[in-house]
Design a protein around this ligand. Structure first.
Ligand code: ZN
Length: 301
């Protein structure tokens, strides 16, 4: 998701997660007197013997804004490949989670796209010795961002392959959420990290970033491209992993929301009427979706 285009959350939405987090924190000293939680509330999820995901312990919009998206950790005999790296203040937490798995260095960081909740920590990763890779299209998106003083060293267009420690990782550039999204495919493990094509968080709607060249027509095509890969499980940019069958359902839902939006737009409904209808019918249209509705009105005629 794009944090830059996100407007403040409605009070109702923010209340519940804050209360839950506060409760967890206040109970922590009693439940775990020996190991008090001082770092951010993230945890490791094991996907395969050599693939882990650093995920937010509580996955909601509040925590996405504070702690960013999923980080995939790929362990090889010659070093570690990360996919995405959250915001810069999360750097030490990511490094310590990786260190709990291996003593090898982080050699590469592949960015699924240019948004700060995925790419914000990249400069610090590069300063620590990793090579950062992004698609050329999203490199241009990064370069246009205000106050961007650093850019990844390596960019690619359409397809690239990365080899480390006898393992191969495939990078496929697709357009949808932004104009240069990268699907990161681990063929030997039958796993894909898909960035923000979709989130699997209940309260996080599908969104595209028009200012980064994304659009809804390409979004479903992008999921079709993902489905062409031979995988068992997809790690999204936010939320828990999903199976191929679940990805098919998500693709169908993206198409259904898009076409319902188009129909309402052709009926000349107002942005508020469109949002209210889609909220009722699809539970789509909560934050941060409203910011992209004007772009959708232009696109989906
Ligand atoms: Zn994003």
């Amino acid at each position: 998701m794009s944090l830059a285009s996100v407007s403040p959350m409605p009070h109702k939405l923010s209340l519940r997660p804050v209360t839950v987090v506060a409760l967890l924190l206040s109970c922590a000293p009693f439940a775990h007197a020996q190991q008090s939680q001082t770092g951010p509330p993230t945890q490791l999820r094991k996907m395969k013997d050599n693939i882990y995901v650093i995920e937010n312990a509580v996955t909601n919009l509040e925590n996405i804004r504070k702690y960013g998206g999923n980080v995939l950790v790929y362990l090889t005999p010659d070093g570690v490949i990360l996919v995405d790296c959250k915001f810069e203040p999360m750097h030490d937490d990511i490094v310590s989670k990786v260190k709990s798995l291996t003593d090898k260095a982080i050699k590469y960081v592949i960015l699924t796209h240019n948004h700060a909740d995925h790419a914000g920590g990249a400069a610090k990763m590069a300063a620590s010795g990793a090579t950062v890779i992004i698609s050329t299209d999203d490199l241009e998106n990064l370069a246009r961002a205000p106050n961007q003083t650093w850019l990844p060293e390596v960019s690619y267009s359409q397809r690239a392959q990365l080899r480390l420690g006898g393992k191969a990782v495939e990078l496929n550039e697709v357009r949808g959420h932004t104009r240069g999204d990268t699907l990161v495919y681990f063929p030997a493990e039958r796993v894909v990290e898909s960035g923000d094509l979709f989130a699997t968080v209940e309260e996080l709607p599908y969104i595209v970033d028009y200012s980064s060249g994304g659009n809804w027509t390409d979004l479903s095509k992008e999921i079709d491209e993902l489905l062409k890969l031979d995988f068992d499980v997809v790690v999204p940019g936010h939320g828990p992993p999903v199976t191929r069958q679940e990805v098919v359902k998500i693709r169908d839902r993206v198409v259904a929301i898009r076409e319902r939006f188009r129909a309402l737009n052709r009926e000349k409904k107002s942005p508020e009427e469109i949002r209210d209808t889609l909220l009722k019918e699809f539970h789509w249209g909560g934050e941060p979706a409203p910011a992209s509705i004007p772009g959708m009105i232009q696109e989906l005629r």
